[in-house]
Design a protein around this ligand. Structure first.
Ligand SMILES: Cc1cc2nc3c(=O)[nH]c(=O)nc-3n(C[C@H](O)[C@H](O)[C@H](O)COP(=O)(O)OP(=O)(O)OC[C@H]3O[C@@H](n4cnc5c(N)ncnc54)[C@H](O)[C@@H]3O)c2cc1C
Length: 150
């Protein structure tokens, strides 16, 4: 029987994930990428000894990556050497003031209240909203699906 084939255009995270799922289901996949290397917006370049992310810096929604790896029979923990970076980054303002984004709420409290009294409550509200499930079009919590048929 002739194997099912597929062409995936683009080797960003989306294309690579799609290709991996298709291949797992026995499809012969060809990934076409216009750049020199895979990754898409997940890339970086170096200049004068400094390294710059061209896109993502934050590993957001790790549970989605964990679920994708697991559904492909792999483990994020086994394959990636993830290292926590804290503070994640440091903002430097025109007046020389700084804000270091850290998961240490006490330090965030001290920094934010020094910049603007009572602003820490707003930061907590922001965190609460950010940790809520994304609303999907049908009003239910957003879930990741790969609804391809083979
Ligand atoms: C500045 C910036 C900061 C970001 N920060 C974060 C972050 O901190 N955390 C986070 O989780 N996400 C972040 N994102 C979002 C994240 O980068 C994207 O959601 C993700 O990389 C998108 O992956 P993708 O595969 O959908 O698309 P892309 O990465 O855009 O991949 C598409 C691929 O298709 C290729 N392609 C396009 N057209 C063709 C063609 N005709 N033929 C062949 N190849 C083609 C492109 O070259 C590219 O490699 C950021 C994005 C940007 C731009």
């Amino acid at each position: 029987m002739k194997a099912t084939t597929a062409i995936v255009i683009g080797a960003g995270i989306g294309g690579i994930t799609t290709a991996a799922h298709l291949a797992q289901h026995g499809v012969h996949v060809t990934v076409l990428e216009k750049n020199q290397r895979p990754g898409g917006r997940c890339d970086r370049f170096s200049k004068d000894g400094y390294h710059f992310d061209t896109g993502p810096t934050l590993f957001v929604m790790p549970h989605i990556y964990e679920a994708e790896f697991a559904s492909l029979g792999a483990s994020v923990d086994d394959l990636l050497d993830l290292q926590r970076v804290d503070p994640t980054y440091r903002l430097v303002f025109d007046d020389g003031g700084q804000l270091a984004l850290t998961s240490d709420l006490k330090i965030m409290y001290e920094q934010l209240e020094a910049i603007e009294p009572d602003s820490f409550d707003g930061f907590l509200r922001y965190l609460t909203e950010g940790s809520s499930p994304l609303p999907a079009g049908d009003g239910t919590a957003c879930r990741v699906r790969f609804p391809y048929r083979i």
